[in-house]
Design a protein around this ligand. Structure first.
Ligand SMILES: CSC[C@H]1O[C@H](OP(=O)(O)O)[C@H](O)[C@@H]1O
Ligand SMILES: Nc1ncnc2[nH]cnc12
Length: 295
């Protein structure tokens, strides 16, 4: 796998418990406003020591954990990172395990999602311009492979591949729901990676998730049902590893020029510039402007 260029920008979206990276250098705070509103917080922009890439860091819940999974402005977050030149997106997320062989403390580099969210805006193309992007493989395999390599290097127990079912929350699941998700073949459960991953795909951003397993949700007979207290206890250990994985990845970004995400919008926009509205074109200029100009 060839290394990336110095112009590459790794965007890290921090999940529960991950409100800063701790290893960023030459850090500046960047406030970004987008056509979809404000992102969860200011974006930290810096670099990694002994690395070429620029690094962006955005805590999806905001510093102080101000936004629930349902109220995060996912569109503003992804749009802001795209506007700042992101070329790779690493999502760091706390998850529950739905499998006996995935234990709290394990890392999972997921490769599939099941969407059980209920009330989230999950597209940039909701008014005036229609587009349908492929999403069969929702995670960039090139980036996921690099994340897996970086995770292995920490010595943590790492699972390559897995299906992340995303629930609306903010309540945890019932036992019946947890058991149902297991019958679906899901491996881990969370509350935030959708529509985040869908929006990253529409924005043609290669996306991969480092899932930090913190509990067995509530299906496991021999285990206590998940609680915030239990999650935080394990998360405090996972976070240290997650920071190391992100640092290693920032130093070894893969070339994603062949990522399926990079051309996701090609031939997917149904509405011609003449048929859409000036408002819609203006709202999406950051994403389809160059394509529109190229005709
Ligand atoms: C505190 S457990 C539930 C909470 O943690 C996860 O957040 P993130 O995905 O941002 O790490 C989960 O999605 C819930 O938001
Ligand atoms: N059991 C669980 N369900 C949903 N999101 C989670 N995040 C961490 N553990 C979780």
């Amino acid at each position: 796998m060839s290394a990336s260029g110095a112009g590459d920008v790794l965007a890290i979206i921090g999940g529960s418990g991950v409100y800063e990276m701790g290893w960023l250098e030459d850090v500046e705070e960047v406030s970004v406003s987008t056509p979809f509103g404000l992102p969860s917080d200011v974006v930290l922009r810096g670099r990694v020591k002994e690395g070429d890439a620029t690094v962006l860091f955005l805590p999806r819940h905001g510093r102080g954990h101000r936004f629930s999974p349902s109220t995060i402005n996912y569109r503003a977050n992804i749009c802001a990172l795209k506007m700042l030149g992101a070329t790779h997106v690493l999502s760091v997320s706390a998850v529950g395990s739905l499998r006996e062989d995935i234990a709290p403390g394990d890392l999972v580099v997921v490769d599939q999602f099941i969407d059980f969210t209920k009330r989230r805006i999950s597209t940039f193309f909701d008014e005036g311009v229609v587009a349908h992007v492929p999403f069969a493989d929702p995670v960039c395999p090139i980036l996921a492979s690099a994340v897996h390599d970086a995770a292995l290097a920490t010595g943590a127990r790492v699972h390559r591949g897995g299906t992340y079912v995303c629930i609306e929350g903010p309540q945890f699941s019932t036992r019946a729901e947890s058991r149902m998700f297991r019958t679906f073949g899901a491996h881990v459960i969370g509350m935030t990676n959708l529509p985040e991953a869908k929006l990253a795909r529409e924005a043609e951003l290669p996306y991969a998730t480092l899932a930090l397993t913190t509990d067995f949700d509530c299906w496991h007979v021999g285990e206590e049902a998940v609680s915030v207290e239990a999650v935080i206890t394990v998360l405090n250990r996972n976070i240290v590893v997650a920071r190391d994985v992100a640092k290693s990845l920032a130093r070894n970004l893969p070339d994603v020029s062949q990522s399926p995400a990079r051309h996701a919008l090609e031939k997917c926009i149904m509405t011609s510039a003449g048929a859409s509205s000036p408002d819609a074109e203006a709202r999406l200029e950051w994403l389809i402007g160059p394509r529109r100009k190229a005709g």
